[in-house]
Design a protein around this ligand. Structure first.
Ligand code: GDP
Ligand code: MG
Length: 440
């Protein structure tokens, strides 16, 4: 996606507000990319609408380039739709806390049951009992038993001939008697949603009153996963989603679809077949994966936060005319501090080596930026505009006001004079400091 987006954005050269045409062009690409990432069509529509609303007009004051700004908006909106933060499994209920796993056949319920049990046992020191309520597939109960054995998790003894509800009741009793903290109920799936399945799991829900009902869904089934999620949620009111097979080049589109369609949090993701291949869901990472552009996004974020390109352009003009006053210096100092100090800002400006040296010679380093700002803050408006009027008595007052010495005030003034001169020179040159900043 990022390659194609930059292609589009190469054509967007204007600055200022994003025009509708800019946004439309970008949205066409984003739409295509989301569909390719297997995001469900209604979700894509909803998403595009939200982004468009955010993007058109208002947003580009701090533009780096309009294109990068759109990318940032898209990314932020993705994160928002994905739920912002990771939500853990809740155990805030009386022990034994029942956790019920639901989903289609082969979605990964049994594997995920063991993964979650292992995690709760290892990380939270909970005693977990697992029970397979799957009477559909002949070897299903045995599959869970083996997983339990391999991972040191207790499983409910298998009693042939019982129906799912009877097993569920037995599991709850055994967990109570055995002093377990958590019971994981691994239910049967079907190849597709049918009434028999829904009745079965609704019945189990009634019997056990689960604290969490986790829908396990295969991220690779794409569009189907969404219809499935919707059906399960409508009937069961699930408390969260576990997306499986997010390993490898898993596309992440399913996450967006599921979340948007059900409004339920994605709590965990399965990233492999092994029992430890379970991770918390991080919306930011998935958004990055969908967009495939971690670097761009962080770059844009940094720049959008800290550099106001329009301000920079205005300043470049001012400097060219030799009008760099102490207010401007203060802005510069404040920006430098935000950008990670002298090194940070300087590193982004072309041809700045000489100036950096001069500034260092004038005694400006990261440690004293704050002090410099304080000195300027202690000056009156007029003093900032016309530093020439600063004679001994004013300097004394300023030093006292900023908790510094007159010598330091002098140093600042000298540095300002040098910078003003230098900037006047650079401002006249094409590709000078501020032009460099603006095109960052
Ligand atoms: P169930 O029918 O819903 O209980 O599904 P299973 O737990 O039996 O899983 C079906 C298959 O998917 C098994 O071969 C699992 O090893 C595999 N599987 C489950 N979760 C993941 C995952 O996150 N990644 C990968 N690669 N395979 C998984
Ligand atoms: Mg199973």
């Amino acid at each position: 996606l990022s390659d194609r987006l930059s292609g589009i954005f190469d054509k967007l050269t204007g600055r200022g507000a994003l025009s509708e045409a800019d946004v439309d062009a970008a949205m066409r690409e984003i739409r295509r990319a989301l569909l390719e990432a297997d995001v469900a069509l209604p979700v894509v529509r909803q998403f595009i609408e939200e982004v468009r609303r955010e993007a058109v007009g208002a947003t580009v004051v701090k533009s780096v380039t309009p294109g990068q700004m759109v990318v940032k908006i898209v990314h932020d909106e993705l994160v928002k739709m994905l739920g912002e933060t990771a939500e853990p499994i809740s155990l805030a209920a009386a022990a034994p806390v029942p956790i019920m796993m639901v989903g289609l056949q082969g979605s990964g319920k049994t594997t995920t049951s063991a993964k979650i049990a292992r995690r709760l046992q290892n990380r939270e020191k909970k005693r977990v009992l697992m029970a397979s309520l799957d009477t559909q597939r002949p070897a299903a109960q045995e599959q869970l038993r083996v997983l339990g054995e391999e991972n040191g998790i207790e499983t409910l003894k298998i009693v042939p001939g019982q129906n799912p509800r009877q097993i569920a009741e037995r599991a709850m009793t055994a967990a109570r008697l055995g002093g377990f903290d958590v019971v994981i109920l691994d239910t049967a799936g079907r190849l597709s949603i049918d009434e028999a399945l829904m009745t079965e799991i609704a019945d189990i829900k009634k019997t056990t009153n689960p604290h969490e009902i986790l829908l396990v869904a295969d991220s690779l089934t794409g569009q189907d996963a969404v219809a499935t999620a919707k059906a399960f949620d409508e009937r069961m009111n699930v408390t969260g989603i576990v997306l499986t097979r997010v390993d490898g080049d898993g596309r992440g589109g399913a996450a967006l679809s599921m979340r948007a369609t059900t409004g339920k949090p994605i709590k965990l993701i399965g990233v492999g077949e092994k029992a430890d291949a379970l991770e918390e869901f991080h919306p930011r990472r998935i958004a990055d994966r969908i967009l495939g552009m971690g670097d761009i996004v962080s770059l844009v974020e940094k720049a959008a936060e800290h550099v106001d390109a329009e301000k920079a352009a205005a300043m470049a003009q001012k400097m060219a005319k030799g009008g760099f006053d102490l207010n401007d210096l203060k802005d510069q100092l404040a920006q430098m501090e935000k950008m990670g100090g002298l090194g940070g800002l300087m590193g982004m400006m072309p041809g700045i080596g000489k100036m950096k040296k001069e500034m260092a010679a004038a005694g400006l380093d990261d440690g004293i930026i704050k002090k410099q700002v304080a000195i300027i803050n202690s000056m009156t408006k007029t003093e900032r505009k016309k530093p020439d009027i600063l004679k001994a008595s004013r300097k004394k007052r300023i030093a006292a006001g900023s908790g510094t010495e007159v010598a330091e005030v002098n140093k600042l003034l000298k540095m300002h004079r040098q910078m003003a001169d230098m900037m006047k020179m650079m401002g006249r040159k094409k590709g000078g400091m501020m032009a460099g900043l603006g095109s960052m």
